[in-house]
Design a binder for this molecule. Structure first.
Ligand SMILES: Cc1ncc(COP(=O)(O)O)c(C=O)c1O
Length: 409
């Protein structure tokens, strides 16, 4: 008998649950209560199949450029293989401060920048610093599933407030957002630009949200990981544009998407000076510090990465237009024209069950996409396609998708 089986116990009313995977060990009840992750389920489903084109994950297919790898390797070889400061090297924090000055025209002092071991970690650290069981986080949806999972792990409750799809545009109803706030609300979580919709808050919306939050003493947690993936201008509006230094505002960001560094795991938070010691406490007991040598690659990305980003955006802009054009021609597909991010979030007439459609596309088209139900309660009929691949691969995927979803006859 396996060790796991020997340890099996049954204790009614203990609060412990036997989950669907059959685990009977004493894990925290919160783990049994995690909501399903249909996106991950579909990836598992596709893994068993042959000849699949994957447009289901949120990353490009270009490897990290050499100048970033070289700077990292040099640091590694020169012995930068030890623990470093909890919130990142001073010179990287300074580089990020310079980056905000150069690209955002904002004065953000290095003490307000906290380097973390990924954007995901930045989100976990922020939530760990802010919310407790019994409190509520309002999340604007559709939203990347992992952020909902991150809230669930804190044992705070999540209230989803959905963007509305009106006239082929995603829109935020501020009255609806503000109306969702109650006495338990501790944080408003907003992802702008949004994965999966590409919705991007205007500066005016950001100002109104922050004014509202400031009046009520609520934190704003803004995920701006896609802030540079815009097809007009150099960056999306940021909460930092409309914030005071001591606002209850944490902005999460990452090196992943902007410089093809998803596998590297490095991100950062910008917050008020007072948050520095608190985030440091949480980070110390979490990862201790971000990896040291990787921070040299990050500095190279910040200082020399604009040409690479531009070439990626040129490809993705053209890809976006190919997707929109093809879907428009089919006639039965609806989507908002993505002004940012590398996602098309679409709906097919008559297809209400996005899980069934995603499965069909795996089985019949050999293409993996992400079902809309992975992004919240309100987006069940939708599907997300990541177009950050070569044009040839994208075109092949679209040919295959068309054969399955285009109106027959
Ligand atoms: C909105 C959003 N935030 C954060 C992340 C994760 O960033 P990182 O790779 O730095 O963990 C993603 C990845 O898809 C994302 O979509």
């Amino acid at each position: 008998m396996s060790e796991a089986k020997q340890m099996k116990y049954e204790k009614p009313d203990s609060g412990e649950r036997v989950d669907e995977g059959g685990t009977t060990m004493k894990f925290r009840p919160v783990l049994h209560a995690l909501t399903a992750n249909p996106g991950a389920d579909m990836m598992d489903y596709a893994r068993k199949k042959q000849n699949i084109i994957t447009l289901g994950q949120g990353e490009g297919d270009a490897p990290t450029p050499d100048f970033i790898c070289d700077a990292t390797m040099e640091a590694m070889k020169s012995g930068r293989t030890f623990y470093g400061p909890v919130l990142g090297q001073e010179r990287l924090r300074q580089s990020l401060s310079n980056y905000y000055d150069r690209i955002y025209n904002l004065d953000i002092s290095p003490e307000r920048v906290f380097v973390t071991g990924s954007g995901s970690t930045a989100m976990h650290l922020s939530l760990a610093a802010l919310v407790d069981k019994g409190e509520e986080v309002i999340a604007v949806t559709p939203i990347w599933k992992n952020l909902i999972g991150a809230i669930e792990l804190t044992q705070a409750t999540t209230k989803q407030v959905s963007l509305d799809y009106i006239d082929d545009e995603w829109k935020l109803d501020l009255e609806k957002l503000f109306g969702a706030v109650n006495e338990r609300t501790k944080v408003m979580l907003i992802v702008t630009p949004s994965n999966p919709t590409g919705w991007t808050a205007t500066e005016d919306e950001l100002r109104q949200i922050l004014d509202f939050a400031r009046e009520r003493g609520i934190w704003v947690l803004s995920d701006e990981v896609y802030g540079r993936l815009v097809y007009e201008g150099v960056r999306a509006p940021s909460f930092l544009d409309v914030a005071k230094e001591d606002d209850l505002l944490l902005v999460v960001n990452s090196f992943s998407k902007t410089w093809a560094m998803t596998g590297w795991r490095l991100g950062w938070i910008v917050g008020p000076k007072e948050a520095e010691s608190k985030i440091r406490d949480v980070a110390l007991y979490n990862k201790l510090c971000p990896p040291d040598f990787i921070q040299f690659g990050a500095m190279a990305a910040l200082d020399q990465g604009e040409d690479f980003l531009k070439s990626q955006l040129d490809l993705w802009r053209s890809n976006r237009d190919i997707v929109v054009e093809r879907f428009k021609k089919m006639g039965n597909v609806h989507l908002s024209y993505p002004k940012s991010t590398f996602y098309a979030f679409f709906k097919v007439d008559g297809e209400e069950d996005c899980i069934a459609l995603t499965k069909r596309l795996i089985d019949e088209a050999g293409v993996l996409l992400s079902p809309g139900s992975a992004f919240g309660e309100s987006s069940k009929g939708y599907i997300r396609l990541c177009f950050a691949v070569s044009e040839a691969r994208l075109t092949e995927a679209l040919d295959r998708i068309e054969r399955v979803i285009a109106p027959k006859g």
